[in-house]
Design a protein around this ligand. Structure first.
Ligand code: NAD
Length: 731
């Protein structure tokens, strides 16, 4: 075997070391899946082996789960139709079942993170020992890429920890730290790091049994199964909760529920076959295919620097200055400190700079209290941030990022003062959210080193960073910014300059379509509910409140000034203006479309005067109501997708992976679609164009598709088809 090494000791204990060659982390590749049955057969039939301990040979972890590239392509592409797909899906599941019924005790010595199929492998062992390290996580995160556990997880976890806890963990894709995993009953023992194998062997020597609880006669599902009065409740409540969270957009969540419900009513062998059927059924859905591609494969590629210009030596930023220690600047300082970058945090006065550093300290304290870092690490990380007003300290920085007020003059002044301290080769990034980079670069004496580095709020949580190229930005500046973003472990996309760049520009159309509906007389609560039904994280009015109405108002004023005659006021601009003039700025001052003083928030009654409600949905049973809901959902999603297509035609963005992932991570575009470009591709270009033509005729030019889409539709093309074709041609 290539991936498993077996050493049998004098006591007859086989130490199985899982170590996939050529990878820094173990994953369940096609090769591993193919070897598992061989491994199990050896453990079962070799008389010299009395029991086994499975551990990992990698310092980085036990196993990160399935190789989704292999799975999504492999299982469905192997030929043999449905039966072939089922057989491919059963391979891993069947091997794990053979492992737990091999007749000999097997323990997992989990010496690093165990996620997805990695944890499922451990769950198929009879005993689990895990190292006590803050770096270790155990969990089944498959739902996040449109799948659910297909290696027995949906059957073993509820039998181990009860239906409610298992469903909650699997529908959220959440993970446990070692001690929490022990508390939940997922593992048996937490031991000092480095002693996992020893502890696992000790269990074997003490007479550990090679039988799973669910294979014994007396087994009962903890808390009760589907036909138990208490157990039944989990399914009633669980179904409602899944519906509330996902609005039926994720087949994976529904199929997961079915697999657990049906599987728990039969013995394990049949239960696992049920799981595999639902797993393959889920894998075949367009949603799973879309999510795997965008949220896993594309993300991996972008996180490895797929869009970095070739031929420029890799850089490693060690010292970075952040100017402006406000909400964004302090957040940036925090993520830099975590990545081991020495940070100079500058503000107008020492108090403001100190306040920024105090925010870094608050965020670090949270990690400290969770046990993710210890006191020494906390001190070192906080010590790597210097709060100051002194521009001299910039000297030696590889990069300066400004996050001062959104004001051209202030930004120009800061640019000049910072550049005076910067060595050749160092770059200057602006975190502006709205001001075109080419214009800001006019203040720079070296515009080739000037670039937009747009973070999202809150910086510590949001994974995306949008890099914006000014007209004169050079290739080296792009490469260095990407090296920096990869170092702070964010996902980068690179876009060309445009008003609102890529993300803010397209996201704003979601808010505007919500405003259009409000103007048309739809009830505000209806608009937001339908917004959530599309799969967006919140409705357009709620999100408008979050962004801040006064910001919307200010941007509209600035855009009117910049565009002159060409300016077209956005939908509902009058309503927003009246609200802002009346002191309603959104969530930040507790007053927007909603009143936030009460919990839960309630619609502001005054809105009824500014936008009287004249339209509703006729009632849930009315066929017209469903059609109306669909129409509103389509408007909210297609409006954004049309703007994305316009960005594409204008050259703001040219890589479907960046367009899709940027949309999902940047502004929460419905993840089940795989992103707006995938939505267009999967809908089919002709159908998408046809629908948009109808929407244009009914609602106006905001749905007018760019010529590019018509041309592509005429030629039967797709975005990903063209992109993959171009990649192949280049290779
Ligand atoms: P903020 O008001 O919280 O912080 C701005 C900081 O800059 C303040 O601490 C202020 O004292 C400091 N400052 C102002 N003039 C300065 C000067 N001449 N020299 C040094 N420091 C100075 O604002 P914020 O929300 O952190 O936004 C900062 C920038 O980031 C803006 O350009 C904004 O558009 C952009 N941005 C904001 C968000 C967001 O969601 N808040 C998201 C992306 C980008």
């Amino acid at each position: 075997m290539e991936n498993f090494k077996i050493d049998v000791d004098a006591d007859g204990i086989a130490l199985v070391t899982f170590d996939v060659p050529g990878q820094s982390m173990n994953t369940l590749t096609n090769g591993v899946m193919a070897e598992l049955p061989t491994l199990v057969e050896r453990l079962k039939t070799d008389d010299a082996i009395k029991g086994a301990v499975i551990t990992s040979g990698k310092a980085s972890g036990f196993c990160a789960g399935a190789d989704l590239g292999d799975i999504s392509g492999g299982m469905l592409a192997g030929g043999g139709g449905l039966q072939g797909a089922y057989d491919a899906g059963w391979r891993f599941n069947g091997a794990l079942r053979a492992l737990e019924t091999c007749g000999k005790p097997v323990a997992a010595a989990i010496n690093g993170l165990a996620l997805g199929g990695g944890l499922e492998l451990a769950l198929a062992c009879h005993y689990r020992v895990v190292g006590d390290s803050p770096k270790i996580q155990l969990g089944l995160p498959e739902i996040k890429v449109g799948l659910f556990p297909g290696g027995g997880g949906t059957q073993r976890l509820p039998r181990l920890i009860g239906v409610q806890a298992a469903l909650m963990a699997m529908t959220a894709g959440s993970s446990w730290r070692p001690n929490d995993a022990k508390g939940a009953g997922v593992v048996h023992e937490v031991v000092a790091p480095g002693t996992e194998v020893e502890a696992a062997k000790a269990w074997l020597k003490a007479g550990g049994k090679g039988v799973q609880p669910w294979d014994t006669k007396e087994f009962k599902i903890p808390g009760g199964g589907p036909y138990h009065p208490a157990g039944m409740q989990n399914f009633l409540v669980g179904n409602a909760m899944i519906r509330k969270q996902s609005y039926g957009n994720f087949p994976a969540a529904i199929n997961l529920m079915k697999a657990v419900y049906e599987g728990l009513q039969v013995p394990m062998d049949a239960a696992l076959r049920i799981e595999t059927r639902y797993f393959i059924k889920t894998l075949m859905t367009p949603q799973a295919q879309a999510m795997i591609r965008s949220l896993f494969l594309s993300k991996q590629e972008l996180d490895k620097g797929a869009v970095r210009p070739a031929g420029i030596p890799k850089s490693d930023p060690k010292k970075v200055t952040v100017i402006g220690a406000g909400m964004m600047g302090a957040g940036i300082a925090y993520v830099q400190a975590l990545a081991g970058i020495e940070t100079i945090l500058i503000d107008r006065d020492q108090d403001a700079a100190d306040k920024g550093k105090a925010h870094v300290a608050d965020l670090l304290k949270k990690r400290l209290s969770k046990g993710a870092i210890d006191q020494a690490k906390y001190d070192a990380l906080l010590g790597s941030v210097t709060a100051t007003t002194d521009y001299d300290l910039i000297k030696g920085s590889d990069l300066v990022i400004e996050a001062v007020f959104e004001n051209r003059e202030i930004k120009a002044d800061v640019t000049k003062r910072a550049e005076a301290q910067l060595a050749p080769g160092a770059i200057f990034g602006s975190n502006t959210s709205t001001l075109p980079i080419t214009g800001l670069a006019e203040a720079s004496v070296r515009p080739e080193d000037f670039i937009g580095i747009h973070f999202f709020s809150p910086v510590d949580k949001m994974m995306l960073v949008e890099i914006i190229l000014g007209e004169k930005t050079g290739q080296a500046a792009i490469a260095k910014s990407l090296d920096y973003i990869l170092k702070i472990k964010k996902t980068p996309i690179v876009v060309n300059d445009s008003r609102g760049f890529y993300t803010s520009r397209c996201f704003s159309t979601f808010l505007m379509e919500g405003m259009a509906m409000l103007e048309e007389g739809y009830a505000p609560a209806l608009i937001d509910n339908i917004g959530r039904m599309t799969g967006m994280p919140r409705g357009p009015l709620e999100m408008h409140d979050d962004v801040a109405l006064d910001l919307s108002y200010k941007i509209a004023k600035q855009t009117a000034l910049d565009l002159g005659d060409k300016f077209v006021p956005a939908e509902g601009a009058d309503i927003v203006a009246k609200m802002v003039e009346g002191g309603r700025f959104g969530r930040k001052n507790g007053m927007g479309f909603y009143d936030y003083a009460s919990k839960p928030k309630t619609i502001w009654p005054g809105l009824a005067e500014l936008a009287p409600t004249t339209k509703g949905i006729d009632g849930p049973e009315e066929p017209t109501a469903f059609a109306q809901i669909d129409e509103l959902k389509t408007r909210l999603l297609y409006r954004q997708a049309v703007e994305v297509a316009r960005c594409w035609e204008e050259g703001v963005i040219d890589d479907p992976r960046e367009a899709d992932l940027g949309a999902i991570l940047g502004w929460g575009f419905a993840p089940w679609t795989g992103g707006p470009i995938t939505l267009i591709d999967q809908t089919g270009l002709s159908t998408f164009v046809e629908t948009c033509d109808r929407l244009t005729a009914t609602y106006g030019d905001r749905f007018k598709v760019p010529q590019l889409l018509r041309d592509m539709a005429a030629k039967g093309e797709t975005f990903y088809g063209n992109f993959e074709g171009a990649q192949k041609a280049a290779a």
